[in-house]
Write a protein that binds this ligand. Sequence first.
Ligand SMILES: *Cc1c(COP(=O)(O)O)cnc(C)c1O
Length: 392
Amino acid sequence: MTTHDATPDPAPVDAAAALSPATLAVVAGRPAPVQGAPVNPPVVLSSTYVSQGPPVPGERLYARMGTETWEPFEEAVAALEGGRHGATVFGSGMAAVAAVLALVPLGGAVVVPRHAYQATLGLLDQLAIERGLDVRRVDVADTDEVTRALDDADLLWVETPTNPMLEVADLPALVEAAHSRHVLVAVDSTFATPLVQRPFEHGADIVVHSATKYLAGHSDVVLGIALGASEHLTDHLRAYRTSHGAIAGPFEVWLALRGLRTLALRVERAQANAAVLAARLAAHPDVVEVRHPSLPQDPGHGRAARLMDGFGAILGVRPRGGADAADAVVARVALWTPATSLGGVESTLERRRRFGTESVTVPEDLLRLSVGVEDVEDLWADLDRALRAAQG
Ligand SMILES: *Cc1c(COP(=O)(O)O)cnc(C)c1O
């Protein structure tokens, strides 16, 4: 007898917890290994399910409420994040963000990094008008500043590393400060991925990802996912998704799970590439500043090694010569793709302040680089050539 006809026996939670994230990314959310079963979960394209009479609890009824194609991806991300109450996939990262922000009561207060994701800050500005929210922008790497802003707050929103400044927050200290004031902590962990940082291990209440980025990893889907540390929070996320219709298409979720299988390979390679590029760029004559958590000289970054299991693969680079030189670098790269977004296998870059909505505390000349999985020497040669050409 082989393991093929072994009775499927769901692994206990602590057995799953003993597996490393690189393994979980590959094995979590697979169909039970029974004779003749597919190795991958199928995509089910059906808006409704056969049903009559009083619905029994948990019965599938209608695809806005839940589909079997979402569940394997949700299981896999929950396993990676150590989320004991499952995960809730959404039609985009912003849908997941909106679901979390809906927890804040009318007139409530939210503490948020001044360099949070632009659309999150934009949504908070909108909610300040519509729902009277008090939005307090802080330097999330400054634990004292964040702590001072927490009085009478309802939610602490954390992004670490931040976008696009790559500031690193002291998550354990922030969670402690927030919880002692009964403030909920949500972490947008998109930049870090569960390989670099697992916010539940530091006591966070909610974890959010734009799965568009590293989790799916191939720049071919827009998707979000959120996890709650309690059943109550998880129920909120599910109910919000259903009532707002903030749902993902089955095929997008299937693609995201396909991408997730190689998360460890992609993130390990991308961040190794990023660390090499960060060090070389820091010594480049045509570069005035490099921001990456692997560089110990940056404020707030000295603690990165203690707070994260890696550094991520996003870099901030300021070329010599200001915004014009930065635009010239973007115009002159050949291998790197000028594009917004991040976390794909391909390397991309953009000057962030080209967007009028970008925070004025982000330097005009800052390029955000999303380092991909190409050969690092090819990436370096292209960047080095573009940096030199941009000066001429
Ligand atoms: C992209 C992104 C989002 C929004 O996700 P979408 O999938 O684009 O809706 C939220 N937070 C961070 C940090 C992001 O990078």
